[in-house]
Design a binder for this molecule. Sequence first.
Ligand SMILES: [Zn+2]
Length: 274
Amino acid sequence: MSKQRVYLSVDMEGITGVVSSEDVAPGKMNYERFRHQMTKDVNSVITGLVEAGAEEVVVNDSHGNMQNIVIEELHPMAQLISGVNKPLYMMEGIDDSFRCAMFVGYHSMATGKGVLSHTMSGVTRVKLNGKPTTEGEINAMIAGHFGVPVTMVSGDQYTVSELRESLGDIEGVVVKYAIERASARCLHPSVTTKLLTQASKKAWTLAESKKPYEPARPIEFELEFNHPGMAYRAGYLPFVEPVDARTVRVTAGDAITAWRMFWSTLLLGRSSLE
Ligand SMILES: [Zn+2]
């Protein structure tokens, strides 16, 4: 089967120009501006993919309520996965029919130094096989389960370096240089659009040689929750092991089971009262 389809998972914190939580929260002053910019960053990636030979692009809106991308402004080549209740969450819609996956607008890990750094919400740190992990690494593991390599990421400089540490030499587009967690020196949108288009073309070619990401098995996730009540409640699940008052661990033999354990543990923990 010739694979001319590409999968894009799109978060918002690493979009061109975004520096603060107000930029990515519906109702706040700059949110409307940046949902248009989010759509533009995606279109810049798709432009490169079309030039490279892609025939279909599936775009998964992966931030907050997952209804940020403005569909009427999206490149007509794209199909948009929108809405938040999705079992594979930021990777919903991935399967073995894709040539590669790319992450747009991603951010650095919970313990990282980048703009709006976090690893999912409700937790102060997540470890994968004993090492602090990123949303990008977790999502690359899900893509890897389906034999799909991740070949590109965009965000700040830490986002790119952290994901390269897990996945090796993938295409990385630095659209801003983080100063602190809510400040950055941002490249102009007319510049980042070119960088994103150039990188996605190269990332299409890289898919020929890049191996899907597979962490060592068994796969172990450790979740350090914001407060002990969340860890206690997550422990209602029979497969969850306590580590300390705020921290729990889950272990699985394959990536999808590990993801489902991780995600259901996090969701249940987040349902705890403060
Ligand atoms: Zn986000």
